[in-house]
Design a binder for this molecule. Structure first.
Ligand code: ATP
Ligand code: MG
Length: 173
């Protein structure tokens, strides 16, 4: 099987931790392709309808994986999603879990208009480090990295760290 020439990175974390701003910044800095799974699901109808209770599309994981297989094999992708356990493990060379302090995350989500169960569910998801646990269960621990995303300075540090890593990535390593 042909090896990819550029790495694939997964950026995951609780909603509001900064996946999309980080992935967009990284796309601009490295020319890798940013794939926002939420947008893709909407655009290409890769879902089984709308979940009124959770207030989001019911993602069809098989359709998403089929849609992305060729691109992922080619390499050079930054995948952005608040879940990570249904992608094939072989797709990723690095799995980044963004983390935000509760008070900071609360203000961000509240500012977005989240209230009630939607707000508390997401805060609890962050408190219990659900995405970090999911990432560690789904991928080799040595490719999983947790990065703090509280302030702009953190984002800039994260972008520099990830861009460096991409530049020095070697397909044979
Ligand atoms: N490190 C940071 N410092 C300051 N503001 C940030 C940081 N990270 C994210 N933000 C802000 O928080 C908000 C949420 O960021 P973003 O949309 O990237 O989150 P997300 O993880 O993609 O959320 P979702 O899972 O809902 O798509 C945005 O207004 C963004 O500008
Ligand atoms: Mg996003």
């Amino acid at each position: 099987m042909a090896q990819r020439k550029k790495p694939n990175i997964l950026i995951t974390g609780t909603p509001g931790t900064g996946k999309t701003v980080t992935a967009s910044g990284l796309e601009a800095a490295t020319q890798l392709r940013h794939i926002n799974i939420g947008d893709l699901v909407k655009e290409k109808n890769l879902h089984d309808g709308w979940d009124d209770e959770l207030d989001c599309y019911i993602i069809n994981e098989d359709l998403v994986c089929d849609e992305l297989e060729d691109l992922m094999e080619e390499g050079g992708n930054i995948v952005d999603y608040h879940g990570c356990d249904f992608f094939p493990e072989r797709w990723f060379d690095r799995v980044v879990v963004l983390q935000t302090d509760n008070e900071v995350l609360y203000d961000r989500l509240h500012g977005r208009g989240y209230t009630g169960a939607k707000l508390t569910n997401n805060i609890e998801c962050e408190i219990f480090q659900v995405l970090l646990e999911e990432a560690k269960k789904s991928y080799r621990e040595d490719i999983v990295v947790a990065l703090t995303s509280n302030a702009i300075v953190d984002m800039n540090t994260n972008l520099a760290t990830l861009a460096d890593w991409i530049r020095s990535w070697n397909p044979t390593s």
